[in-house]
Design a protein. Structure first.
Length: 124
């Protein structure tokens, strides 16, 4: 069932537990289902503050964000290592003081950000 107001998946109920709106049965494509499961790319992008980016216009962040959103939560779990690796390769786009942080700490941070974004997208 799909909530008619907030478009969330509602299991076994005629009313949405979040907004109390009516629900309806819906047939949705796989891509739409992945999108409704959350937007982990958008969640990840929101975690990275604008002040941390040095070359804002020269990176492919928006493209990768859209790719992660298309994958959805489940797809991002499957591509977890690839996403972390992509973040690590983007260090040239960070401001100078952040580039000086040792790689092992940047890797820990990247893994934490990706994990948090995936988990957050499940809640959304």
């Amino acid at each position: 069932m799909i909530c008619t107001e907030c478009q969330r998946n509602v299991i076994g109920s005629e009313k949405c537990p979040l907004c109390n709106a009516e629900t309806k049965a819906a047939v949705v494509s796989r891509e739409t289902q992945a999108t409704r499961r959350g937007r982990p790319g958008t969640a990840l992008a929101r975690l990275i503050p604008a002040w941390a980016k040095a070359n804002k216009g020269k990176c492919s962040c928006k493209d990768y964000q859209a790719k992660m959103d298309r994958w959805g939560t489940d797809g991002c779990r499957q591509h977890y290592d690839e996403i972390v690796s992509h973040l690590m390769k983007q260090e040239t786009h960070l401001i100078s003081p952040l580039r000086k942080i040792p790689d092992r700490f940047k890797l820990m941070l990247a893994k934490g950000l990706v994990t948090w974004a995936i988990n957050k997208s499940v809640e959304d």
